[in-house]
Design a protein around this ligand. Structure first.
Ligand code: SF4
Length: 433
């Protein structure tokens, strides 16, 4: 689709997923009955009542949640991403009906509006423990009063994105690539969001006038060969709006790669529809960075969504933030990385949590992240090991950190190395002149 002309977008609001169950082996015909069935009178094979409609395949936690709190929702509604967004859980009264709130959560929800808004899709709320305030998924999306505490070193924009923004909503930090903030809307707000200063406030919308200025900047800057569309969550936009952006970017000859950063497969897998993937596959090479936090997110619906994206030929990578009490141990992290690999998502980055305001209760020492990588490297496939990085405060970019396996070099030029088991080895690191 390189140099594709701008297309007139057709609005398609019929986004309900088709039948969720595997296809049957085909219709029963008279011939198949004759060939396979014992010689029973045909009239006894005739169904006495209409065949029952198979119910939607869902993970068991979400099914119980839906039965309890959305008993009137039909399968079609539950599978419709618009319905999921319209029925997001956003206020104290609704949350209180669904989970037993801790004092810290109750207080934070009373003060909602003074901080990052709260919103959780019914799907994701189904994965939240109603009783345990320390459960990983719950801590990721239900606010606590600790968000209101500001600690030394924290900032609203620790990565200095505002200073590296030549056009509103575009960050140009690295030489050959840019970050395009398409929208500030997310279906579910993560309490540790790096862009909590922006997201959910309604100030950054995908309006064509703003976007055209961004396209113009990219057009005039030939060194940009890679555009990451992020936000907010770009997959919360309609297919038409998203295609408008993709189409305009593809029309710029020097843009080689387009990437989309999203948490949709984890929080709103219903958004990944056949129509969406059909549209996306027109804009290859298109990559996706999927945000995952905990192995509990790898449920049936999410596996299916990732499968549809992978089947559309979209290479999937992951981004995970290291979070205290959520995923900061080697067992949980390894399980998450394995879960993603089974969904055909390549673990890409593990981020040290950025020091945004009110994030102290989420941050671990860097030594914890290094230790987790040390416990993974060698003990599982290299494909499952993400690159652990610190996004340098002030706009320095991602800096990889990790265990040091090189101990030094002797006079003869031998490199002293330590393997994953702590055993020492030497490598003759010299070449003849
Ligand atoms: S999905 Fe991404 S942009 Fe949205 S709240 Fe979570 S971390 Fe922030």
């Amino acid at each position: 689709m390189r140099n594709a002309p701008l297309q007139a977008m057709q609005l398609n609001l019929n986004l309900v997923e088709p039948e969720e169950e595997p296809p049957s082996r085909g219709p029963i015909t008279l011939l198949s009955i004759v060939q396979t069935a014992p010689p029973t009178p045909l009239k006894t094979l005739a169904p006495e009542s209409p065949p029952k409609r198979r119910s939607l395949r869902m993970n068991s936690r979400c099914r119980s949640f839906r039965n309890l709190f959305f008993p009137d929702a039909t399968d079609e509604q539950w599978s419709d991403w618009h319905w999921q967004i319209q029925n997001r859980i956003r206020d104290l009264e609704t949350v209180r009906r669904m989970i037993r709130l801790s004092h810290e959560e109750e207080k934070a929800l009373e003060l909602a509006g003074k901080m990052l808004p709260m919103a959780v899709t019914p799907h994701y709320m189904g994965l939240v423990s109603p009783m345990d305030p320390d459960q990983a998924i719950r801590r990721a999306v239900i606010p606590t009063v600790y968000e209101m505490r500001q600690c030394p070193g924290e900032a609203g924009d620790p990565l200095g994105e505002e200073h590296q923004s030549p056009v509103p909503g575009l960050v140009h930090r690295y030489p050959d690539r840019v970050l395009l903030l398409a929208t500030d809307f997310c279906s579910t707000y993560c309490r540790y969001c790096t862009r909590s200063r922006v997201v959910g406030h309604g100030a950054l919308t995908p309006d064509p006038e703003r976007l055209q200025k961004i396209f113009e900047y990219i057009r005039k800057t030939p060194q940009i060969r890679d555009v990451l569309i992020s936000g907010g969550d770009p997959l919360t936009m309609s297919d038409d709006r998203l295609e408008y952006i993709l189409c305009n970017l593809r029309a710029i000859p020097h843009v080689e790669i387009i990437r989309i950063g999203t948490k949709i497969p984890a929080v709103l897998p219903q958004r990944v529809t056949p129509q969406l993937v059909k549209m996306l596959r027109k804009y290859h090479p298109l990559w996706m960075s999927l945000h995952f936090t905990h192995p509990d997110e790898c449920c049936h619906e999410t596996v299916k969504a990732c499968g549809m994206l992978a089947d559309a030929g979209i290479p999937l990578g992951s981004q995970t933030v290291l979070l205290k009490g959520i995923n900061d141990d080697a067992e949980t992290m390894t399980s998450l990385m394995h879960g993603m690999m089974k969904m055909r998502v390549k673990p890409y980055y593990l981020y040290q949590c950025d020091p945004i305001f009110g994030s102290e209760h989420f941050r671990t020492p860097v030594s914890k992240g290094i230790d987790i990588i040390r416990h993974m490297r060698g003990f599982t496939t290299g494909y499952a090991i993400p690159t652990y990085v610190i996004d340098a405060p002030g706009g320095g970019g991602k800096i990889p950190v990790g265990p040091d396996y090189v101990q030094g070099k002797n006079a003869a030029g031998d490199l002293h190395l330590t393997n994953y088991e702590g055993k020492s080895f030497q490598y003759p690191d010299y070449v003849a002149d």
